[in-house]
Design a protein around this ligand. Structure first.
Ligand code: ATP
Ligand code: MG
Length: 413
């Protein structure tokens, strides 16, 4: 793997996707290769069988290596699951020498301070994302580097995760022969991939509805304000069809994609679909509307859960840009219309943006996380590129050292 080549692994409940990219023109991402395979050993976004999960990751990495012609030594890995919690916290630092402008060491110090929160010993701070800085009471400073002041505050969004969930995931990736460069919260990655800057500024919710989870990220004033993961997703829709139509899971899964619609009144009332069902009479003819009604009920429930999570922290009035749906379930026909009805906000389906190269496979809401992981990793390093002209490998080195600090905390050897 060359120094300017980097990889991401999205370990979803239904698929593992490894993507290899390099930095293209104007810091955009050029995709070199993708490896997707069905996920085994995961439940609701978390590892539930180490051996199976490791094998799925290894298969996906192997495919991505063949597709990109590179060897993947390390990767940025997505983490999700209902163990994720978040809060906003402020860090404060005094600037000792008034004659000197604020330097990167002061910024690092204040960010370190914001990370110090009281959490149980079985949890770890996954992210401390700076939202804005305050220099001597001057609010909403986006970059305090070079400014003069005596006191620097930073408002951060802190994400914490269960230490054991992190360790299990890292163990699987490392057993698959890949070093974990960083763990990144999946809904944050999805937000990175599908959102426009203007949406983030005006207030927006990203709901990545995958197979076993729904990842939520709320953005206000240009930065992330709240993140959360709900243990519901498209698999629940399929299971409802299994129960409602009495058919095997694979049949329900196919029928959902082929005939599913979140608004039953938008399908022809007379249309019948033939399904292989349980029982003596294998082939059953089912009204398509009936199938859609089952889906509609669960979709409404998921969107209501998303909204109640959002309303816990932010008033929906200030989220002018509404909701952007991502994840494989966002491909269900009519889900955007139903989401508009339930939330009373504008809704659109988000697909990954700003990609170059082999990006056809990733041009799909289900790959928002995979692409976003790459973009998040690049953004973290981009801040370093700006200050140092010595190129990506230097920047990655500096960043890796920081990641290494908490990895050592987690894996004492
Ligand atoms: N055309 C479609 N219509 C409806 N649902 C679909 C369609 N295509 C895929 N899905 C559903 O999308 C879900 C998979 O989405 P995705 O790939 O985003 O999940 P994942 O990342 O593996 O899981 P998670 O993020 O929850 O861990 C499955 O439940 C699948 O049935
Ligand atoms: Mg996912």
């Amino acid at each position: 793997m060359r120094a300017d080549t980097f990889a991401s692994i999205d370990v979803g409940t239904t698929k593992v996707c490894t993507a290899v990219a390099e930095i293209g023109e104007e810091q955009a991402i050029r995709i070199l290769g993708v490896g997707v395979c069905p996920a085994k050993g995961f439940s609701r976004g978390m590892v539930d069988n180490i051996a199976e999960a490791t094998q799925s990751i290894a298969d996906s990495v192997d495919k991505a290596e063949r597709s990109s012609g590179t060897r993947i030594l390390s990767a940025h890995v997505g983490i999700t699951g209902s163990h994720i919690q978040s809060l906003n916290n402020r860090g404060i630092a005094a600037i000792p020498d008034r004659s000197h402008p604020i330097g990167s060491d002061d910024i690092e110090r204040v960010l370190e301070g914001a990370r110090v929160i009281n959490i149980p010993s079985n949890r770890e701070v996954l992210h401390a994302v700076p939202r804005y800085y305050v220099v001597d009471g001057q609010d909403s400073v986006s970059d305090p580097l070079g400014m003069h002041g005596q006191r620097l505050d930073v408002e951060t969004h802190i994400v914490t995760a269960s230490s054991s969930a992190m360790q299990n995931l890292m163990k699987c990736v490392e057993s698959a022969g890949v070093e974990v460069e960083s763990l990144i919260l999946e809904p944050l990655a999805s937000g990175e991939a599908v959102l426009e800057e203007e949406e983030r500024k005006q207030g927006v919710v990203v709901a990545d509805i995958g197979g076993g989870t729904t990842g939520i990220a709320v953005y206000l004033d240009g930065s992330v304000y709240h993140t959360s993961v709900l243990p519901v997703g498209g698999n629940h829709l399929t299971r409802d069809l299994v129960a409602g139509l009495r058919c095997p899971y694979v049949v329900a899964e196919e029928a959902k994609a082929a005939y599913g619609h979140a608004i039953p009144s938008m399908v022809d009332a007379a249309e019948m679909v033939d399904l292989d069902c349980f029982g003596s009479e294998r082939q059953k003819s089912v009204p398509r509307r009936r199938l859609c009604e089952i889906l509609q009920a669960r979709c409404e429930e998921i969107m209501e859960m998303v909204m109640s999570e959002v309303k816990r922290t932010a008033h929906d009035d200030i989220l002018s840009a509404g909701v952007v749906l991502a994840g494989g379930t966002a491909k269900l026909r009519g889900l955007d219309i139903l989401a508009e009805q339930v939330t009373g906000m504008p809704v659109r389906i988000g697909v990954p943006r700003h990609l170059q190269g082999l990006s056809e496979t990733l041009d799909d809401p289900a790959y928002a996380t995979s692409v976003g992981l790459l973009q998040w990793a690049l953004k973290e390093n981009g801040m370093l590129y700006a200050g140092h002209r010595s190129g990506p490998s230097f920047a990655f080195g500096g960043w890796l050292r920081r990641v290494g600090q908490w990895m050592r905390v987690l894996m004492p050897e």
